[in-house]
Write a new protein. Structure first.
Lengths: 113, 109
């Protein structure tokens, strides 16, 4: 089975500072990986997904970027955080087979002050 | 991606069955129906999925309408730990699963 590791659990960063959130996968190889953001009381918004090393697709224009330097590593970054970047960030993995579901990490709550 | 429609909130008494509905009238023949739930401050957790036939697992049952345009997640005996937001989503090979706002289930002791 697949396990998604995310850290840190909470993060408070000043406006204009850089960001790097890391997600690693255990228990599977060549997964599809995803970064979602959830604003308070809202649904999940897909930010980026990756089907392989170096392959990144962006779903919405934004202040963030993503990279996949290794098969089981997915990184979310920003050069300069905005207040609007605050939210609950979730990394998820999927094996790609239609009858399999997502596995989510435990999330990072980011507050930009 | 085909979208789903769920009630914003539902309540249930503890130890009673709960039926969480989901409408997906634009579902296509290859869409799998997935259910997830999200506890406060946690990532969503897979609950169950199905294609055409009803499905049972240790967490819940999934009843799928014959025309597949709706489905119902059934929790046989609600506990306080089942209080969460439940998402019904469709998957058809796309790399993006659309998570709406889900149904917030409140379990009353």
């Amino acid at each position: 089975s697949q396990t998604i590791h995310q850290w840190p659990a909470t993060l408070v960063q000043p406006v204009g500072s850089p960001l790097s959130l890391e997600c690693t996968v255990e228990g599977t190889s060549n997964p599809n990986l995803y970064w979602y953001r959830q604003a308070a009381g809202r649904g999940l918004q897909l930010l980026f997904y990756s089907v392989g090393i170096g392959q990144i697709s962006s779903e919405v224009p934004q202040n963030l970027s993503a990279s996949r330097p290794q098969d089981r590593q997915f990184i979310l970054s920003s050069k300069k955080l905005l207040l609007s970047d605050s939210g609950f960030y979730l990394c998820a993995g999927m094996t790609g087979k239609l009858n399999y579901g997502y596995t989510f990490g435990s999330g990072t709550r980011l507050t930009v002050v | 991606d085909a979208k789903t429609t769920q009630p914003n909130s539902m309540e249930s008494n503890e130890e009673e069955p709960v039926h969480l509905p989901c409408n997906h009238s634009t579902i296509s023949g290859t869409d799998y129906i997935h259910w997830y739930r999200q506890l406060p401050s946690q990532g969503p957790e897979y609950v169950i999925h199905g294609l055409t036939s009803n499905v049972n697992n240790r967490m819940a049952s999934l009843a799928i309408a014959e025309d597949r345009k709706s489905s119902t997640l059934i929790l046989h005996r609600a506990t306080l730990r089942d209080a969460a937001v439940y998402y019904c989503i469709l998957r058809a090979g796309a790399n993006n699963l659309f998570f709406g706002t889900g149904t917030r289930l409140t379990v009353i002791p």
